[in-house]
Design a protein. Structure first.
Length: 363
């Protein structure tokens, strides 16, 4: 089976990194896999090439660069895939248009329940009928695409999330010493791609409302909003308690040092860093959105924040500082869920099963 995986870009971020893990898993399962993006190559392109997985890029200059579709067609002609599996709106639409023209079956994916760009929903709805299946990694996402894209339920496949690598186990005291954190600090951690939808300003704002010197914040990440985030930090009254770590390929040290993982994003699917925090036993404080509600379940595996302001998060964080038992319970239940549900082989096998059904129905 020859598969072409397509995504909007291959910059470091949740979806490209998840796609890279999928590509490696498919390769280990003896499938021939190529990974492409509509944008120019990114750091994830280099990492995949180093692992022996060929990549391609369509070098789109923007969302309206229609010449990228011609370049995508040429790449696909060269590769000759049996199936295209696309992820994210731009890639989904491009794969549907070109795949239909070339007679290649297309499977698409939605990685997030988006609330900011309504036109994404419109173009997905208008083109979703062209694909042969749609993969999501949660029941919440399945309900979203069924409602928003008008997809019949039998074409939506819920596959368990492909877990990110577990953080290295690091001694807590050693981690704090390495990060110049006081032993008695109450340490907040945020990690991911610097992007406006992640609402990192809310995390910083909540720290500012926790004025005691005991509260510290680790920011592990990089991305298109780095300049804005750096400006916010520079002007923050809490700037001496904010520790930017840059992009971390392994969050072991940061997770070991943290008391709480804070995640206020309002646009999300199954976030890699939330899954990593749960697996590491770090209690998660997150926004009350469908996918995090699903992860939280009815056993308080995540502490959900009903409001969306910095003050709302600061209030929850104050409560958790004062309640060691609740922090331990949330972290333990998250780790138990991760052990039971995050199985990379199961996710890869389920994905290949979808590919096989689509190809059999295409014969």
């Amino acid at each position: 089976m020859r598969i072409a995986l397509l995504v909007t870009d291959l910059q470091r971020g949740g979806t490209p990194l998840r796609l890279a893990r999928l590509a490696r898993g498919l390769k280990q399962a003896k499938l021939t896999v190529h990974v492409g993006c509509l944008a120019p190559p990114g750091p994830v392109s280099d990492e995949l090439e180093a692992d022996g997985i060929p990549t391609f890029a369509c070098n789109a200059r923007g969302a309206r660069d229609l010449f990228a579709l011609q370049r995508l067609r040429r790449h696909l002609q060269r590769i000759g895939p049996d199936l295209i599996h696309a992820t994210l709106t731009h890639a989904n639409v491009a794969a549907r248009l070109i795949g239909r023209r070339m007679g290649i079956p297309v499977v698409t994916s939605t990685a997030t329940i988006e609330v900011e760009r309504r036109w994404h929903r419109t173009v997905e709805c208008c083109t979703a009928w062209m694909d042969r299946g749609h993969i999501v990694n949660s029941a919440a996402l399945a309900e979203h695409v069924e409602r928003a894209f008008k997809l019949p339920r039998d074409r939506i496949h819920v596959i368990p999330p492909l877990p990110p690598p577990l953080p290295d186990v690091v001694d807590r005291a050693a981690a704090r010493a390495a990060l110049s954190l006081p032993n008695d600090a109450f340490v907040l951690l945020w990690a991911g791609r610097f992007d406006p939808v992640k609402r990192i300003d809310v995390v910083i704002g909540s720290l500012e409302l926790l004025p005691t010197e005991r509260y510290h914040l680790l920011l592990a990440g990089d991305g298109p909003s780095r300049d804005q985030i750096e400006a916010i930090i520079a002007h923050s009254p809490a700037r001496r308690r904010i520790h930017p770590l840059g992009w971390q390929n392994n969050l072991g040290q940061a997770m070991a040092a943290a008391d709480v993982f804070v995640f206020p994003s309002l646009t999300e699917g199954m976030p890699n860093t939330v899954l990593q925090a749960m697996a590491a036993g770090v209690p998660v404080v997150g926004s009350d959105i469908p996918t995090l509600r699903e992860l939280a379940g009815d056993k308080q595996r995540i502490r959900l924040v009903s409001g969306s302001t910095a003050a709302d998060y600061a209030a929850v964080l104050r409560d958790l500082l004062a309640d060691d038992a609740e922090r331990e319970t949330v972290g333990r239940r998250g780790a138990e869920w991760a052990r039971q549900n995050l199985d990379p082989k199961r996710a890869i096998d389920a994905t290949i099963a979808v590919y096989s059904r689509v190809l059999q129905s295409n014969q």
